[in-house]
Design a protein around this ligand. Structure first.
Ligand code: NAD
Length: 487
C-alpha cells in the first residue's frame, strides 16, 4: 500500500518526516501511517504541477484522453483490491464498494477520457468581415480538496474533468481516508501520466488544505466538504482571486405523496438515507410524508430500516458498516440527544448497537425521528444514518417545507401523477431532483447545488466549462475599418 506523498512523479516523505495514522473504523486499529503534507510540501507540489502544465496543456487532447482511458482500465482490473481498501479505510460495506464505488470511479475516468477530444470551443457570428472564435483553455494548476465520505469516487469526479481539460492537479484527500487516492495515484504513474501532472498531498485541512486554497500558484480551487470549510476556502482564495468551485453540504427533502407506489417509495427512501451510513451530501435526510399515508408508509419503512444488517464492512452480507470516524459517530449521537431535547419522537435507533461484535466499531443504529420542520435536526446536516420525518397536507406545504433550509443540493419526490412530478421538480430549490428514484448520479449529468450547498458543477460538459477559461479571438478577415483617428 502506497503511503507517501506523490510530488513530481515520485513518492516522497514529507519534508519534516511527519506521518498521520489512518484508522480502521471497524476496530479502531491503525491501518497505515501516511506521510503528512504541510505547507512546504504543498508548495513543492504546486511547483511540480506548474512545471508540468505547459507540456500537458500542449499535448493532443486525444493523448490526454488515452491516458485517462488507460487509468480507467487499470482501475477496472484492480477493482476488487480498491473496493477492499476503500471498505477498510471508510467502513463502507464491501458490497457497495464493489457494486458502486469502484465501477463508478472507472466509469467517470472513462467518460472524461472520451470527453477530452470532444470538448471544443465555438465560432461566434459577429460583424461582417470578422471572424470570432472561442477557445476553451485550461486554467492552469488546480487545487482539489475532498472529504472522507467517498474518497475513491472523488478521485475521478475531481481529476477526470480537470485533466481532460489540460490542467495539472494538486489533490488533498481527507486526512482520515487517503489510502485509495494514493493507490489510484500509483496506478496513474504506472499507466504513464507524466511527472507533476498529478500530485497528491494527504494532510490536515488547517495546514495543507489552507495552503492549497491560498497558494498564489493555484489558479482554481475545487472543494468538496462542509459549508463551514467552504466559507474558509472562499476567504483563502481571495489573495490571487482564484476560481472557486464548491460542493458543500445538503439536507435533502424526500417527499412521498399519497399517490406514490409505496413499496418502491419505502425501499428508495431507505436507500436515500442509509446508503453509506447516511454519510452523503445528497442523502434524503428529511422524509416528508403526506398525512393520509404517513402511518402506512412508516410501518413499512421502520420494518425495513430496523432489519438493515450492520456488520463487518468486509462481510458481503453487511448492509451498513460503521461511520468513518469516531468523531462522526459522536457527532451523530449528539444529534440524537438534540432531537430528544427538542421534543422529537424517536421512532427507531438513536444509539450505538448493543451487539458485542459491533462494540469495537463506530456504529450508530439506523435512526428515525419525527420532528418539526424548524427543529435543528430538520435544518442542520447530521451526516449519518439519521432521518427526520415530518408530515404535510398538500403540495404547497410540501414545497414550503422542502425549501425551508439554507441548503439546496438534491431532493426527491414519489408520486404517480406526472403533472405533479414536473410541477414539484420545478419548484424545488436544489441542484438535483429525483422523481420516483433517489441519489442517481452519472458522469454525464451535472452535479452540484445552490444556496449553502455551493456553486459550480461537477460532471458532464458543465464540469469542463468549470475547468476551462473562454478565450475570445478576433480576426479581421476582410473588413475595412474606418480610422478612429483620421489624420
Ligand atoms: P470538511 O469540510 O471538514 O473537510 C473536507 C476537506 O476539507 C478535508 O480534506 C479537510 O481536510 C479539508 N479542510 C478542512 N478545513 C480546511 C481548511 N481550513 N482549509 C482547507 N481545507 C480544509 O468536511 P468533512 O466533514 O470531511 O466532509 C463532510 C462534508 O462534506 C459534509 O458537509 C458533506 O455534505 C460534504 N460533502 C459534499 C458533497 C457535494 O458534492 N456537495 C459531497 C460529499 C460531501
Amino acid at each position: 500500500m502506497q503511503t507517501k506523498l506523490l510530488i513530481g512523479g515520485e513518492f516522497v516523505d514529507a519534508l519534516d518526516g511527519a506521518t498521520l495514522d489512518v484508522i480502521n473504523p471497524y476496530d479502531g486499529s491503525v491501518l497505515a501511517k501516511v506521510a503528512e503534507a504541510k505547507a512546504a510540501d504543498v508548495d513543492r507540489a504546486v511547483v511540480a504541477a506548474e512545471k508540468a502544465f505547459p507540456a500537458w496543456k500542449a499535448l493532443a487532447a486525444a493523448q490526454r484522453g488515452r491516458l485517462l482511458g488507460k487509468l480507467a482500465d487499470a482501475i477496472e482490473s484492480h477493482a476488487d483490491e480498491l473496493a477492499e481498501l476503500e471498505s477498510r479505510d471508510t467502513g463502507h460495506p464491501i458490497r457497495d464498494t464493489k457494486l458502486l464505488d469502484a465501477p463508478r470511479t472507472a466509469a467517470t475516468f472513462r467518460y472524461f477520457a472520451g470527453m477530452a477530444d470532444k470538448y471544443q470551443g465555438s465560432v461566434v457570428p459577429v460583424d461582417a468581415g470578422f471572424l470570432n472564435y472561442v477557445l476553451r483553455e485550461p486554467v492552469g494548476v488546480v487545487g482539489q480538496i475532498v472529504p472522507w465520505n467517498f474518497p475513491l469516487m472523488f478521485t475521478s469526479w475531481k481529476m477526470g474533468p480537470a485533466l481532460a481539460a489540460g490542467n495539472t492537479v494538486v489533490l488533498k484527500p481527507a486526512e482520515i481516508t487517503p489510502l485509495t487516492t494514493l493507490r489510484v495515484a500509483e496506478l496513474m504513474t504506472e499507466v504513464g501520466f507524466p511527472p507533476g501532472v498529478v500530485n497528491i498531498v494527504p494532510g490536515y485541512g488547517h495546514t495543507a488544505g489552507q495552503r492549497l486554497a491560498e497558494h498564489p500558484g493555484v489558479k482554481k480551487i475545487a472543494f468538496t466538504g462542509s459549508t463551514a470549510t467552504g466559507r474558509k476556502i472562499v476567504q483563502a482564495s481571495a489573495g490571487n482571486l482564484k476560481r472557486v468551485q464548491l460542493e458543500l453540504g445538503g439536507k435533502g427533502a424526500n417527499i412521498v405523496f399519497s399517490d406514490a407506489f409505496l413499496p418502491a417509495a419505502i425501499n428508495g427512501s431507505a436507500f436515500a438515507i442509509f446508503h453509506n451510513q447516511g454519510q452523503a451530501c445528497i442523502a434524503g435526510s428529511r422524509l416528508l410524508l403526506q398525512q393520509d399515508i404517513a402511518d402506512q408508509f412508516l410501518e413499512g419503512f421502520l420494518k425495513l430500516a430496523g432489519s438493515i444488517r450492520l456488520g463487518d464492512p468486509l462481510d458481503p452480507r453487511t448492509e451498513m458498516g460503521p461511520l468513518t470516524s469516531q468523531r462522526q459517530q459522536q457527532s451523530v449521537l449528539t444529534y440524537c440527544d438534540v432531537a430528544r431535547q427538542q421534543g422529537a419522537q424517536l421512532l427507531l435507533g438513536g444509539r450505538k448497537p448493543a451487539a458485542a461484535d459491533l462494540a469495537g466499531g463506530y456504529f450508530v443504529e439506523p435512526t428515525v425521528v419525527k420532528a418539526q420542520p424548524q427543529d435543528r435536526v430538520c435544518q442542520e446536516e447530521v451526516f449519518g444514518p439519521f432521518v427526520a420525518v415530518t408530515t404535510f397536507r398538500d403540495e404547497a406545504e410540501a414545497v414550503a417545507i422542502a425549501n425551508s433550509t439554507e441548503y439546496g443540493l438534491g431532493g426527491g419526490l414519489w408520486t404517480s401523477n406526472l403533472q405533479r412530478a414536473h410541477r414539484i421538480a420545478g419548484s424545488m430549490r436544489s441542484g438535483m431532483v429525483w422523481i420516483n428514484c433517489y441519489k442517481r448520479v452519472n458522469p454525464g449529468s451535472p452535479f452540484g447545488g445552490v444556496g449553502s450547498s455551493g456553486y459550480g458543477r461537477e460532471m458532464g460538459f458543465e464540469a469542463m466549462h468549470d475547468y476551462t477559461d473562454a478565450k475570445s479571438v478576433w480576426v479581421n478577415v476582410d473588413a475595412q475599418i474606418p480610422p478612429h483617428y483620421p489624420r
